[in-house]
Design a protein around this ligand. Sequence first.
Ligand code: C5P
Length: 237
Amino acid sequence: MSKKDCKLILALDLPDADSAFAMLGRLKGNLSWVKIGLQMYVKYGADFVRKVADMGFKIFLDLKLYDIPNTVASAVESLKDLPISMLTVHAGGGSDMMKAAAEAAARTNPNLSILAVTVLTSFDDDSLKATGVALPAAEQVGLLARLAEKSGVGGLVCSPLEVESLRKIISPKMLLVTPGVRPSGSDKNEQKRVMTPASSARAGSDFIVVGRPILRAEDPSIAALSINSELKSALEE
Ligand code: C5P
């Protein structure tokens, strides 16, 4: 049984800034981490990130960067004044790109962890093959996870169903951040391969990312509170 911590991150996927701030106002006290993705960042930019941080939240900026190493390193440097704690890049961008991102973060923002996304869950073996990747998705995830670790990034974004096998091939120091989590009894939405907060924590996730089960709950703060207590009791068992 894993005894380490597993924290909740809210995926702040809302249509506009007003509804995001209203939601965060309701959740204050029951939530520490917020994931800001492309939808919000493209629309509202750095100021939005600063305002969320000013409310006391830690920020995971999910931009999934993928470009030549120099451009990705420059993008990471451009984020140096932003109060962010995690930032995503695509592991498929290769070792030099991940290394450049990790080095740029270490140089300009030592509190920032670079996380690598392995294979998007929207891919299956066939659609991966159509892009020229002959390995089955599960093997490609393992290959990219090892490459990411060797390249010096701080962790991975992965499905909770991959955590147990990834933990066997990567160091316990690598953070594993898992979306695709659904409290038992809640709507799965279009997520197909899900695990509960408790089983994700027991498998070894360091952070779970949850959006709609909180955002669409009748009382979002009760939903967050109950996920937090599920995580706590799973790790105390
Ligand atoms: O609403 P829900 O809990 O499904 O939100 C999950 C969040 O995690 C969304 O922001 C989604 O884009 C993201 N995500 C995911 N599956 C992945 C990678 C990211 O659901 N494989």
